[in-house]
Design a protein around this ligand. Sequence first.
Ligand code: ZN
Length: 306
Amino acid sequence: MTQSKLIDVFYDPQYTLSSHHFETTRKAKWIAESLREDPIRGIRFATPEPVLVSDLLLLHSAEYISALQSGLPIELAESQGFAWDQYLLPMTLSTTGGMVAAMIAAIEVGVAGTLSTGLHHARKDSGCGFCTINGLALAAKKALTKGVQSVLILDLDAHCGGGTQDCISGDSRIYQLDISVDGFDQYKPSNNSRLVMVDDGYDYLTTVEYELENLLDEGRSFDLCIYNAGMDPFEFCTNGGKEGISMRTLARREELVFSWCRSHSIPVAFTIAGGYLGGRLDQCDLIRLHRMTVQAAAHAFLDTGI
Ligand SMILES: [Zn+2]
């Protein structure tokens, strides 16, 4: 792993192209604006190339991709749970391109990120839970074509990553560690996935720490981590939040993840994932939560001599 003095965070205005207006289709812009107004040292923006429609077919069924292109059948085109329009597909080509670009940059320099979101519930044949294309699984599969032997998908979003499990099923070169606090999209773990449900929010951090510490047992090794850094476990998030998981807990979680990757020399490509506005979580605090991921990446990889 070579090292860089700057960390690329991929973003393009196309990430928010869909007309349907809610956190998943808008917050990349909010975070990007915040990072421009109040930069984090060592972070620079980079513009990703969108993936091609043919890339999506490496993972998703032709029938599903056709529905995203045409809007028909509408049930399939809107299977992720929000309104289809002609901008949905270009948006997902861009956000998926961001995840792939972050993966490539991480392999090259050790760490990179993207402000993509809406990835981990998407399965091979449909969308689900605001997720249209599974950029996590697609980036993992593409990494395997670039000399990477073994990929870890670390999913710390509040909700379970059943879509990812569907997409990586049967591929022993990709392993998913999924620590969740909400049963949405729960699945039966398999040889290449581990799902840990945390019932008590006050146990969350120690569970993450324990699972990371034990992940490399039994001879397991990874040469890439794709990190789905959901902030919806936050106790004041109305969709996924769990009492006892504070901002401080999540800040510490981010430090743990990036220092674990750094200490094991595992390149890491991160993306922002869940986090929703509500009566006790305003836009300012939501941005603050997602900035913690970027901040922790910079702290782990820049304050230790690179
Ligand atoms: Zn979530």
